[in-house]
Design a binder for this molecule. Structure first.
Ligand SMILES: Cc1ncc(COP(=O)(O)O)c(C=O)c1O
Length: 490
């Protein structure tokens, strides 16, 4: 049998849902069909998806943040083709590859203060590596994480997950973990006080719910960790590589936190980078984790960047040169995708664009708050934004809201993302379980026209939410009724 991809795709077109139902995850198929998201996409470009009828959708999910440079980017595609065409010796294992060395060097040039890099294949693998590094480096076991934290879903990273809906049913997880409220320095200090903590893992902006801490929180948390001999691990897997309008989200802390601003030393993607030094800038992490966007959306990759002394404790002898790693880590396609992604960010000024569009969207969507009582908050940084909803005041709407609450906490937002999709062709997501938060995580190449599209769509759909009767509340009542029936087993 000879293999031809084009023939496979043409012969089996239209079978994706039935194949997934039969062989993969029927719950996913059921969910997509229930909410009307069961489209057949055939093409993708930049921030857009195109379905079988050539309808264009604005993708505010970007594959959970991997398509920062946009889909089907010609520079990333060319880099991958070039790797294949060069017939490079990939994954020799008893060798060291040039591309991995180049990507480490390029990445570190954007991470002042960090000296070494470890490459793996995903975000959660970066977290697992950081857990092991922290324990090896400090000789301590205890790990601190935050309420609502998300660091991945393998057993180590799941042990640092702050949401019961992910953890339940998979225990026992790692012992020696301590949960503290996000943005609470006193709780962190108390957890560190015994001097037995290996590391504090924190997302600079929490992905679940898009919670932004006080400007001084991260810098102070890093200082507390250092004072108590614990590592400060910045999980920038979602926020990093330009998402928030700077290369890392912690780069905002030095400027917002009342620290003296050192002169800029370099730029990336049009955005200013500041040297991250404990005396001059806000946050100097011991380890920084990135993944998602570094892949260019094509080849899974994760990276732990950190201080030399930590790496030296892990890879401390020749017989421990492979004490941690993964067969596919540092593969040529991933390394080339990473190099190409960093080049595209710079060449196209995408980080500056994320800052500009983010600020504008925050302002324009925020202005809707005065029009709509149920829009409680609009927040975020760069192109990681959230709209939070709250209960209505008017009597008619309150009864409908109560019905939704009885069915499933947070169901309201599901009913908002449906018309955003079906009526306005905007793909968005609810920011976490039992939340009233819709999250926007678009590619960083968003344009003025896209921005107008987003504001128009939210304005229309949120207006509908404030009318009774309306198509949204009809849909909501149907969804709630079905859920209640399912719960009652009828
Ligand atoms: C902050 C953060 N850490 C870790 C992860 C896990 O990354 P992956 O899904 O690549 O394992 C994610 C994924 O969403 C994330 O947002």
């Amino acid at each position: 049998m000879t293999f031809d991809l084009g023939t496979e795709l043409a012969d089996r077109a239209g079978e994706s849902f039935s194949l997934h139902e039969k062989y993969l995850n029927p719950a996913m198929v059921r969910m997509l069909k229930t909410i009307g998201f069961d489209r057949t996409y055939v093409r993708a470009q930049g921030q857009y998806l195109f379905d079988v009828n050539d309808e264009r959708y604005l993708d505010l999910l970007s594959g959970f943040g991997v398509f920062a440079v946009g889909r089907s980017h010609p520079v990333i595609k060319k880099a991958l083709r070039d790797v294949l065409d060069a017939d490079l010796p990939n994954l020799v294992q008893l060798d060291v590859s040039l591309l991995a060395g180049l990507l480490a060097e390029r990445l570190l040039s954007h991470l002042p203060g960090q000296e070494k890099v470890f490459f793996c294949n995903s975000g959660t693998e970066a977290v697992e590596a950081a857990i092991k590094m922290a324990r090896a480096a400090t000789g301590r076991n205890k790990l601190i994480f935050c309420d609502h934290a998300f660091h991945g879903l393998t057993m180590g990273s799941l042990s640092l997950n702050g949401d019961h809906s992910f953890r339940d049913g998979f225990g026992p997880l790692l012992a020696d973990t301590v949960r503290v409220p996000f943005n609470d320095l006193s709780a962190l200090e108390a957890a560190l006080a015994a001097g037995d903590v290996a590391a504090f893992f924190v997302e600079p902006i929490q992905g679940k719910g898009v919670h932004v801490p006080a400007p001084t929180y991260l810098a102070e948390a890093a200082r507390l960790c250092r004072a108590h001999g614990a590592l400060f691990v910045a999980d920038e897997i979602q926020t990093g590589i330009g998402r928030t309008g700077k290369f890392l989200a912690i780069d905002h802390s030095g400027t917002l936190g009342g620290f003296p601003n050192p002169p800029a030393t370099t730029t990336l993607g049009g955005a200013e980078l500041r040297p991250r030094d404990p005396h001059t800038a806000g946050v100097d992490p011991d380890l920084v984790l990135v993944a998602k966007a570094l892949s260019g959306g094509y080849v899974p990759v994760g990276a732990v960047a950190g201080k030399r002394w930590i790496f030296d404790k892990l890879f401390n002898r020749m017989d421990r040169a492979v004490v941690h790693g993964s067969t596919f880590g540092k593969n040529n396609l991933a390394m080339a995708a990473g190099l190409a992604t960093l080049a595209v960010l710079e060449d196209e000024g995408l980080i500056a664009n994320a800052a500009l569009r983010g600020e504008s969207l925050l302002r324009r969507l925020g202005a809707l708050k005065s029009k709509y009582e149920m829009l409680a908050d609009v927040r975020g940084q760069g192109l990681m934004l959230a709209l939070e909803f709250g209960p209505p005041k008017s009597l008619a709407l309150r009864a409908a809201w109560a019905l939704l609450e009885k069915a499933t906490k947070g169901l309201f937002c599901q009913t908002v993302i449906i018309p955003l999709f079906t009526r306005h062709r905007i793909l968005s997501q609810v920011a976490g379980h039992e939340m009233y938060v819709i999250k926007l995580l678009p590619p960083l190449c968003l344009t003025q026209a896209d921005e107008d599209w987003i504001v128009r769509a939210f304005d229309d759909v949120i207006a509908d939410c404030h009318r009774m009767p309306s198509s949204i509340w009809d849909l909501a009542t149907t969804l709630a009724g079905n859920t209640l029936k399912r719960k009652a087993g009828t």
